[in-house]
Design a protein around this ligand. Structure first.
Ligand code: ADP
Ligand code: ZN
Length: 217
């Protein structure tokens, strides 16, 4: 089984990915995580992507696709079940993913679309605080840490993602509606789009995802 987890920034793709990976033993490929890793390691690709991401814009299709291929190739030796998180984000990327699945002899993916209203997305993104040491995610509105700015798990300092400031957040949502949402039509036309109301707790959303998967796969 191959899945695409699709949704606007702040829809909870990262959190739900973790749950999906644990429950269905999928190999997780997140282009956002891969890009942030490339930036940390200061690879040529990371250096190219850094400013683009900080502006809330999309990295070029060519660049993310090469990153995606780099990630799939070694994993494919041990698995045929992937969770694609954050890719595709444009219609050309969706077409490329179909080609890549063909090439790596993978079943065409089903797409889970996490739907959340914009007003809520803005609060989720601008309120998000992450712990760089252990990866725990907090939110000053919805899931505050016990001590402001300090991780409950490892006591490390919490930080904001550079692209989570209010202005960049609005730009990311604009770009989502403009460039990414047409991907939904692409998958709907192919009969493999499942939209989930993701305006709920992590557990509630995961239950909905599970029932969709169990009903169809
Ligand atoms: P979010 O869904 O919260 O925006 P991601 O971690 O998926 O976060 O992505 C962060 C940023 O990385 C995006 O705003 C974009 O600049 C870049 N990015 C990630 N995946 C892609 C992609 N498939 N195509 C283009 N840019 C991407
Ligand atoms: Zn921590």
């Amino acid at each position: 089984m191959n899945l695409v987890l699709f949704g606007p920034p702040g829809s909870g793709k990262g959190t739900q990915s973790q749950r999906l990976v644990e429950s269905y033993s999928l190999s997780h490929i997140s282009t956002g995580d891969a890009l942030r890793e490339a930036i940390r390691k200061r690879t040529p690709l990371g250096l190219q992507a850094q400013a683009i991401i900080a502006r809330g814009e999309l990295v070029s299709d060519a660049l993310v696709t090469s990153l995606l291929r780099e990630k799939i190739a070694p994993l494919r030796e041990n698995t045929d079940s992937f969770l694609f998180d954050g890719y595709p984000r444009t219609v050309p990327q969706a077409a490329t993913l179909a080609e890549i699945c063909d090439e790596f002899r993978l079943q065409p993916p089903a797409t889970l679309n996490l739907h959340v209203p914009d007003e809520l997305l803005i609060r989720r993104l601008t309120g998000r605080r992450i712990c760089p040491s252990c990866g725990e995610v907090f939110n000053i509105y919805f899931k505050p840490s016990t001590l402001a700015g300090v991780c409950d798990v490892c006591a490390g300092p919490l930080v904001k993602r550079v692209d989570d400031d209010p202005e960049t957040t609005r730009e990311r949502l604009r770009i989502y509606h403009d460039q990414s949402s047409p991907v939904l039509d692409y998958y709907a036309e192919r009969g493999v789009l499942y939209t989930i109301d993701a305006n709920g707790t992590t557990d509630e959303v995961f239950e909905k995802i599970r029932s969709v998967i169990e009903e169809h796969y």
